[in-house]
Ligand binder design. Sequence first.
Ligand SMILES: *Cc1c(COP(=O)(O)O)cnc(C)c1O
Length: 401
Amino acid sequence: MNESIEFKSKYTVDDNGYYGQFGGAYIPEMLHHNIEELQQKYLKIIYSEKFQTEFKQLLKDYVGRPTPLYFAKRLSEKYGTQIYLKREDLCHTGAHKINNTVGQILLAKALGKTRIIAETGAGQHGVATATVCALMNLPCVVYMGEVDIERQAPNVKRMKLLGAEVRPAKSGSRTLKDATNEAMRDWIANPEDTHYIIGSVVGPHPFPDMVARFQSVISEEIKIQLKDKTGKENPDYVVACVGGGSNAAGAFYHFLNNPLVKLVGVEAAGLGIDSGHSAATTVLGKLGVLHSSKTLFMQTKDGQVVEPHSISAGLDYPGIGPMHAHLFDTQRAIFYSATDDEALAAVKELSMLEGIIPALETAHALAALHKIGAKKEEVVVLNLSGRGDKDLDTYIKAMQL
Ligand SMILES: *Cc1c(COP(=O)(O)O)cnc(C)c1O
């Protein structure tokens, strides 16, 4: 594992917490102590033998790793290339998010924290956090916009069943960014005993790097599994959807230094890039500070966050993490976007061709398959970030099932 701690790339974080011009920790004075503690200790803790033993054990026995790498024969025939699906949809709780929350709860314990907070939009990260808090018997408060609490009622019930307290954010647009503000406020008020589990590769340094490292197990497994199946460990393409960017970061991670592996991120175009109802940050975003890091996000002329839109709650985020902003800026990764309608069509296609109902977020990655131009003999690994159970109501309405 010391190989991983040493893993360096011009696309991973530098010693100052930046990815090129992106990243950093733009935090209120009151959080300096917490963030500095994290910055100084996170690598030492997560690469300690004790941590690694427990983390690997839980990923195996609790999360269900390694997740399969599945050769999708009918999908491959349809697109005239060799497509493998990395089955993060088979993780406990139905998506990759649990990889990160398991890592962060172990980190919180190692830091001696006794209380966990999180913010959530769709509730998926809230559920993954409430799950590991139940596992570790730690009290959990999840901030969620009042509007989202209404829109995502089943996930609110799940969190409650798991023992978490869901606190409504009642200010502003009463959605994710307001929940984030509330969580920050809580952390400022409770810096001693509380750890804030951020759910994607966003937020102040070291969160983007830490979350990427926890999710990097995805590409670690892909290498081994692909070698086993095809004789070579590097695919020609890795494709993943990008909300904040954690599943993509995990799928890209161990391929960052190999320019022969093309990295493809897919954002949500909502009703269309120029519709005013979109979340296509690489196209529409500008440089600024969002969620305590310097990155690209959709903003008005005077820098106010523009409310994003996507049919998929997990991609309904106004920015992308600093690592992806850098991958975009340097053109190490190529970014596409898919509309709500294209994503829905991709859900239907994968369900009918492979018997796998994907999450709406994941469907955006699938919707880009015809855009990447992979040749017949080339290998495409698509990160199937989550399963579609949570989206069934949306599918029922949109497809008149
Ligand atoms: C939350 C979520 C995403 C988006 O988050 P990232 O941090 O960009 O990975 C993607 N897919 C699923 C299934 C999700 O739940």
